[in-house]
Design a protein around this ligand. Sequence first.
Ligand code: B12
Ligand code: SF4
Length: 510
Amino acid sequence: MCIHLINPSEVSFGTAVITPRWLYVIAAATPKSFGDPSLVDETLVAVDPEQIHAGDIVGIGIHTANALRGYEIGIMARSRGAYVVFGGIHATLYPNEAHELGGAHAVVKGDGDVVWPKVLSDCTLGTPQRVYEGGRIEADQFLPARWDLLPRKRYMWASVQTVRGCPKHCSFCSVWRTDGQRPRQRSSDAVIEEIVELRRRGFRFIALADDNFYPVTLTDLRLAEAQHNTARLNELKTIRAERFALMKRLAQLPSDTIFFTQITMEAAEDTEFLDAMQVAYIKGALVGVEAVTPEGLKDVYKEFNCAGDALVSRLRTFRRHGVYVLGSFIFGLPSDRPETFDATALAAAQAEIAFAQFVMITPYPGTVDFTRWEQMMEAAPQTIAGIPITRRWLIPRALRPKLFWPHPTMSGEEIRCRTQSVWDNFYSFKSIWRRSRFIKSFRARLAFVLISKIYRQMYADTGIATDSARVSRSARWARWLARPCQQLFAAAPMPQLEIPHAWEPAAGLE
Ligand code: B12
Ligand code: SF4
């Protein structure tokens, strides 16, 4: 009997950008008595059905975008006599769907780290439960990933989570509802041990797979102080101090280490934090800019962001403190007008961000937007291939429309074309070359161009490509570009690397 863990994908590139962390965490949760699980990441290579036998247990992790492929695998595995278990955010939100369409014997809702051994032993006894509540476990229960199972030279970036949950409540995001608004922050020991293991194995590019690396803002501290809420103030100070303590340890790693994280632009108010990030080799961060107008920010409940000149200045602050920004922008918001596209392109250029992504508004399950949209669609239900568009992830990809949210003044096609042209301009050779001016060496500049191009191409699938010909052209391009990128990202293993010593969290409060 074998345990298989499968990360579904409709397209396989042979090489991938970031490790799907859940695979290696659930592998770590698999008791030794079951042997090492077999891990299949379909972004590398498609699953081979012949490897799945009667009595095996197949764990499949799905988010909304790969749910349909996950269900195909589930049906296939069940037909071969295996037990099929689904987990991940989409299965958490739609457990019944995994049963009805994915051949599930069981679904794990929430975090799998603690509950997975029970699922395995129930399957072994032939008595899997329909649903397991994995819940939101505390940070000290998060398992370190089984990096010893990682295939060599297949991923450019490894991923390590330092904090889960986000105190904000953006309308398009499910994180605060599924992962919660209380930051669950791992100890610096747990994080640094994983990172050192990855460096020993030859990774120097590591994505900090966090929802928000800056979970406590200076405004939060001021508010708690003004309210004389001592307990809250101490709690916030502790979280902040632990961030600094972690960054001090990261700063002791070899100087060619590069981290990338996700953070709110509020961090620009806190240059002490940005400086600590720079010293800790956190060289890049995805910043959710979303909109460049106050109306747009209001649309997405993100009024804590800045608009206009203040936005440009905030984003530049990151750059001034050595943190390069991947700006994330959303198009198709109700307040967007044709001129918003040009304004966004201009702001992206003025803000000196290194990379950008321009996504069209997509109501994701579990979000405020999705609930509103679902209610709106109830009045005039629409279907494609007999599937309600409110279950769009079940629509075959070739038929799936890209924009789902009706806009008050622009057609979906207009928004798509305008979005496309912002992408094309931002990633034209001329623009990329101009943006790469900050890089001193010619070789590194070329690497920047290559990475920009591959980012643009890989994004076409989740981003804006509408027709399958374009998607497959993008996949071909990405495959072609991925190999040299893989070489660029590889580092020599450092088996002797020591674990940096701990810093008392209190040090960060000084
Ligand atoms: C890091 C990250 C990324 C990275 C890396 C992705 C990667 N390859 O790993 C990048 C930046 C590339 C990325 C891209 C995108 N992401 Co993202 N990402 C995350 C983030 C912040 C962390 C993921 C992570 O590694 N978590 C750590 C692991 C250990 O946790 P986990 O995956 O949840 O797994 C646990 C449980 O879910 C469960 N579990 C999971 N699978 C299974 C399977 C079994 C069998 C069992 C038992 C349990 C189980 O147990 C695990 C351990 O507790 C999450 C938010 C989050 N908090 O999860 C968003 C998130 C997953 N991303 C999201 C989205 C929308 C995207 C994009 C579509 C964004 C965009 N607009 O383009 C793209 C899609 C990329 C793609 N095609 O996969 C959404 C998904 C929403 C949804 N309903 O599907 C999330 C939840 C964030 C959000 N804003 O809502 N992402
Ligand atoms: S979009 Fe970012 S800031 Fe907003 S709730 Fe989600 S993780 Fe938090």
